[in-house]
Design a protein around this ligand. Sequence first.
Ligand SMILES: NC(=O)c1ccc[n+]([C@@H]2O[C@H](COP(=O)([O-])OP(=O)(O)OC[C@H]3O[C@@H](n4cnc5c(N)ncnc54)[C@H](OP(=O)(O)O)[C@@H]3O)[C@@H](O)[C@H]2O)c1
Length: 296
Amino acid sequence: MVSLTRRQFCLAGAAISLLGGRAMAQPERSGVPLPDGSKAPALGQGSWHLAQGRHPAEEEENALRTGIALGMTLLDTAEMYGNGSAERLIGRVIAGQRDKVFLVSKVLPYHATTADGIRQACQASLARLGTHYLDLYLLHWRGGVSDLGVVVNTFESLRSEGRIRHWGVSNFDVGDMEDLFRVPGGNACATNQVLYNLTQKGIEGDLLPWCVQHKMPIMAYSPLGMTGGLLGNTTLRQVAARHQVGPAAVALAWTMRSGHVIPIPESGSPDHVKENALALSLRLTEQDVNELAQAF
Ligand SMILES: NC(=O)c1ccc[n+]([C@@H]2O[C@H](COP(=O)([O-])OP(=O)(O)OC[C@H]3O[C@@H](n4cnc5c(N)ncnc54)[C@H](OP(=O)(O)O)[C@@H]3O)[C@@H](O)[C@H]2O)c1
C-alpha cells in the first residue's frame, strides 16, 4: 500500500475532487455565508502586485489558474492595481472559466464621489476583466467620499442592472460601518475587506465582532503579513510541521478559524499557491491556536 503524507493526501484529495471523485483528507470548507444567504468561497487569491514584473506573466497566470483548480476561487483585484494591469491579467486567467470564479474588484474613492464616476469605473473594470458582471464590487477605502448615499444608491443600481451581484466596502472601521448603516440601504453591504493576520489582529477587538453581529463576513487582506514575512516564525513552523503543511497554510487557516473571515493571499508562484490551498482542508486544534496566541 502506498503511504501518503498529509500534505500529499490533501493535494491528491483536491485533485481527485476536481475530477469528480469524493476522496478528501477532510471536508473542504464549503464557503462563507454572505448576509443575503448566498455563499462566497472560503479562500481567495489577491492580485495587488501581479502583472508588475515580480514573476513572469505566464507564471503568475499559471499560479492563479492553479489556485482556482484547487478551490481558491475568489479572485480579488482593483482598478488601482497596476493601473488596471492586474484586472487585465485576471481577464486572461478567467477567459473560458468565468462561471468558476467569484470575482471581486474595487472602485477608488476619488471615482466614487459621483454616480457617473462609479459607473464609468465599473464599466472600465468589466472591460479589462472581459466579463459582464462582478460578483462583488467594493469601495476601496472611504477617503474623501462624504456622501455614502451616492455610493449605496449607485451600487444598488448596478446590482439591479446585473453588472454586480453584491457590493461592499474596504478599510472601514466600526464608526465608518455605523455611518454606512445609517444610510438607507447601507445595511445591504456584503463584506468589509480589511487588514488581518497573525501579527495584525486589531479588528478582533471591535470590527470583527461588529461584523459577526451583523452576519457580515470580513475579507482578510495581507493574511501572510504582506511580504510573507511572518512565515519564518518558529512557533508557526512547529505547528505547520505537526500538520505536515507549510507555514503559510497555518497562517491562512488561523484567519479562517472562526468561519467569518475570507483570506485573500497573493502569490505569483504556482508552488506557493499549492501550499496556500492546503488551508482549505486544515483545521487547527485548540493547542495550535493557543501556541500561536503565545507566539504572536
Ligand atoms: N483592500 C485593500 O486596501 C488591500 C490592501 C492590501 C492588499 N489587498 C489585497 O490582499 C491581497 C493580499 O495582500 P498582500 O499582497 O498585501 O499580502 P500577502 O498575501 O499577505 O503576502 C503576499 C506575499 O507573500 C508571498 N507568498 C504567498 N504565498 C506564499 C507562500 N506559500 N510561501 C512564501 N511566500 C508566499 C508572495 O510572494 P510570491 O508571489 O513569490 O508567492 C507575496 O510576496 C492583495 O494582493 C490584494 O488583492 C487589499
